[in-house]
Design a protein around this ligand. Structure first.
Ligand SMILES: Cc1cc2nc3c(=O)[nH]c(=O)nc-3n(C[C@H](O)[C@H](O)[C@H](O)COP(=O)(O)OP(=O)(O)OC[C@H]3O[C@@H](n4cnc5c(N)ncnc54)[C@H](O)[C@@H]3O)c2cc1C
Length: 266
């Protein structure tokens, strides 16, 4: 089983603040982490490889040099090798240019069975890169994929989350899955033995030239869209916290609702 996992290093968005003057993200002092959805994809890839009893997992990230630390975490979690796509020419890429760049690197890696992405990145949050990557590679895709099981021959069974429950899909390989962790998933730390092994695993850095990228198709030049503004919506309405025991708090809630005519006494 040849598996490739795409991961993104993201700011820890629980720490994110927006500068009210410039409307841009304040990145100073904000820790960068492995996108939690991607950590689930990595852990799934290790489970699939170990279940198959053989195989190789390569993890890829397009990002600045500091994205290396996200890749080191993936290596410590059990993937076999890593590729960092890093070049100033990649900067400013929208989701289309990002997925095009990833597809070139994947083609350079050679034949594969499975590509795993996270369902979405917690900063950009578009959930577009996975589906676009499948389009560039010309392979089938399943989004909201929670679990993979072996199927017959060159097929796998994918459990896809839906609003009502799950769909079980039979998928022909090669394919791409955008993985969605179950609510119980907690992205944890790799074991110490994994951290020590990671230091000896291969991590290559590839630039635009080494993947044969055309300058008009990558970075800002290859992007059809541009983020022109980021802002928090103005707060609407009032917010009140009701203190006390539940019965007491409910009592406090009823009175203003009656006054505003939102509820009425019989
Ligand atoms: C400096 C800068 C400039 C930007 N300029 C623009 C711009 O001009 N126009 C615009 O539209 N957007 C711009 N962006 C945002 C950029 O398009 C997105 O961050 C990026 O394309 C990924 O989209 P997303 O975060 O929504 O990922 P999603 O589509 O939500 O991610 C889904 C999955 O795809 C994979 N993935 C996503 N990104 C990567 C990656 N880099 N490497 C490997 N795997 C990945 C992961 O598995 C992830 O879980 C910019 C971002 C930066 C940092």
């Amino acid at each position: 089983m040849r598996i490739i996992v795409c991961v993104k290093q993201v700011p820890d968005t629980t720490e994110i603040k927006i500068d009210p003057k410039t409307n841009t993200l304040i990145r100073e002092g904000v820790e960068s982490i492995l996108n939690p959805y991607d950590q689930f994809a990595v852990e799934e890839s290790v489970r699939i490889r170990d279940l198959a009893g053989e195989g190789k997992i390569t993890v890829i990230s397009m990002g600045p040099p500091q994205a290396r630390s996200a890749l080191m975490k993936c290596l410590a979690l059990g993937v076999d090798d890593a590729v960092l796509l890093s070049d100033r020419a990649f900067a400013g890429a929208d989701t289309w240019a990002t997925s095009y760049t990833l597809s070139l690197a994947i083609n350079k890696l050679g034949p594969f069975d499975l590509i795993l992405c996270g369902q979405q990145a917690i900063d950009g949050d578009t959930a577009q890169v996975g589906p676009e990557l499948a389009q560039h590679l010309g392979i089938p895709q399943v989004t909201y994929a929670e679990k993979v099981e072996a199927g017959e021959g060159r097929k796998i069974e994918v459990h896809k989350q839906t609003e009502e429950g799950y769909q079980v899909l039979e998928v022909k390989l090669p394919a791409l899955l955008a993985t969605m962790p179950p609510t119980s998933f907690e992205p944890g730390y790799p074991p110490m033995s994994g951290i020590l092994k990671a230091k000896k695993k291969p991590l290559e850095v590839w630039d635009a030239e080494s993947i044969g990228a055309h300058s008009s198709k990558i970075g800002l030049d290859g992007s059809f869209t541009e983020v022109v503004k980021t802002y928090s919506p103005p707060s609407r309405g009032e917010c009140a916290f009701l203190e006390g025991e539940p019965r007491e708090a409910v009592g406090k809630l009823v009175e203003p609702l009656l006054k505003k005519g939102i509820i009425s006494e019989r």
